[in-house]
Write a protein that binds this ligand. Structure first.
Ligand code: MG
Length: 386
């Protein structure tokens, strides 16, 4: 029996994880459920899965439902506690945004397998995560489909054998659009993703390709491959989830119709595979044709800006991530236009000093400074009366 704590259980990844686990009640047990503030959904899930702990990260939201029982707790600390609870073998971190970093560190330090869907953890605190993993003898298995693909392509081979990684990108709803045309798109257009059904933040990040930049950084941290040997390619069908080119020129790819259930299941059972008829539906004829094109960094500058922040290292990826979170939020609220998101992020990067990451406090400070800067940029861009 694999005992799983799910952080971010009411989001898209969390829901998919519960669906997968519900199909295999003999293999999985849910020991904790945590969400930021979706209390109604959390109550439903708690009734279905009867976990030992239920956490509401947002204090205010927790106050409104604290009569649910003593196994309910609230606040950031409760989240970190759930990530290191002794009854869990695996912590699935599917929280959204920077809030996922501390629970990730806690899980690895407690020797858990961290099934990581919260990419911001790796992007902002990569070194700290690796350190915590070593200290606590934890294990980090990516849930992101591209990084799961890389792990599967590796098939136990040493990452030293990798010549190059090619991460695929769907290209989002605006693939092929020019910079000029993009100036007029609104949140409702950007939220319509062609191949993946995901939460709002990551859907916007897919539309701007900021998500792909985060994934390049993620791959760099996870597999120790230098940035000049990690490429991204647009692949609209989202069937090839990534390529690994080995030193002898041989290329492996992992394929499948887009579903997050597969990488979630793989992260829970790795290195084993679980027989799951619900997932066994690949058909190469139906998947045809598979096409690939270069990333348009002129129309989607956030890709270039993000990878550049990764290359700079230190707190630069944290600044990129924080400013991007503010920019996405502002875009969703109609405060900046589509190209404005990249401008807000670029300004934050140019105005925030980059420091080496020596401890968590450095990242927290960089995150705060970048948010202040980005909020300021948004305010200066917002037309009067809006
Ligand atoms: Mg992905």
């Amino acid at each position: 029996m694999i005992r799983v704590a799910i952080l971010g259980s009411t989001g898209s990844i969390g829901e998919s994880a519960l669906k997968v686990m519900e199909r295999h009640p003999d293999r999985f047990e849910v020991v904790a459920l945590a969400a930021n503030r979706s209390v109604r959904e959390l109550e439903d899930q708690a009734r279905r899965f009867r976990p030992l702990r239920v956490v509401v990260a947002d204090e205010e939201a927790f106050e409104a439902c604290r009569d649910n029982g003593t196994h309910w707790s609230g606040g950031r600390e409760a989240l970190v506690d759930a990530a290191s609870m002794p009854e869990a073998d695996v912590v699935l971190n599917a929280l959204v945004g920077f809030a996922g970093l501390e629970p990730s560190i806690a899980a690895l330090r407690a020797g858990k397998r961290l099934a990581l869907a919260n990419k911001e953890s790796l992007v902002t605190g990569g070194d700290l995560l690796m350190e915590a993993m070593e200290d606590g003898e934890g294990e980090l298995i990516p849930v992101d489909s591209e990084h799961s693909a890389i792990l599967q392509c590796l098939g136990g081979e040493d990452p030293d054998q990798i010549q190059r990684l090619v991460i695929t990108a769907s290209g989002g709803p605006f693939r092929g659009w020019s910079r000029e045309r993009l100036a007029a798109v609104g949140p409702e257009d950007a939220l319509r993703h062609p191949t993946w059904d995901m939460g709002a933040k990551i859907t916007i990040d897919s539309a701007t390709l900021a998500n792909k930049a985060l994934e390049v950084i993620e791959a760099h941290v996870l597999y120790g491959i230098p940035y000049d040997r990690i490429d991204a390619v647009v692949h609209p069908q989202s069937v090839v989830h990534s390529f690994v080119e080995f030193v002898d020129g041989s290329v492996m790819a992992q394929l499948g119709f887009p579903t997050m259930e597969l990488p979630i299941l793989y992260a829970l059972t790795y290195p084993d595979r679980l027989d799951d008829p619900d997932l066994r539906t690949f058909d190469p004829v139906r998947a045809s044709p598979l096409t690939f094109e270069a990333v348009d960094t002129d129309a989607f500058p956030l890709f270039r800006i993000g990878v550049e922040a990764g290359r700079t290292g230190g707190t630069a990826p944290t600044v990129f991530n924080a400013a991007n979170e503010v920019a996405v939020d502002a875009f969703l609220r109609g405060k900046v236009d589509f190209p404005g998101m990249a401008q807000v992020v670029e300004e934050a990067l140019s105005r925030t000093e980059v420091r080496p990451v020596t401890e968590l406090e450095v990242i927290l400070e960089a995150d705060r400074a970048a948010r202040r800067s980005a909020i300021d940029s948004v305010a200066r861009r917002t037309p009067a009366g809006n």
